[in-house]
Design a protein around this ligand. Structure first.
Ligand code: 9UX
Length: 69
């Protein structure tokens, strides 16, 4: 089932960071869309990806993430 997962992201300071995090999230299997809001330090991810895989991808890109829900 498709669902939307909200993440809090720490460590982003510019639009380049936003792009890196979005790319990392979009590369996870099952992700249909990933949008990062720099001002809010959040990401909205839609699709069927497992939350743990999203956290792992963000960490591998060099940022910290947590599930908000
Ligand atoms: Mo902007 Mo983010 O130059 O790692 S891309 S700070």
């Amino acid at each position: 089932m498709t669902e939307t997962i909200r993440l809090s992201i720490a460590g982003m300071t510019c639009a380049g960071c936003v792009s890196s995090v979005e790319k990392a999230l979009q590369s996870v299997a099952g992700v249909t869309t990933a949008h990062v809001n720099l001002a809010e330090r959040t990401a909205l991810v839609a699709g069927t990806a497992a939350p743990e895989q999203l956290l792992k991808a963000v960490k591998q890109a060099g940022y910290e993430a947590a599930i908000m829900q």
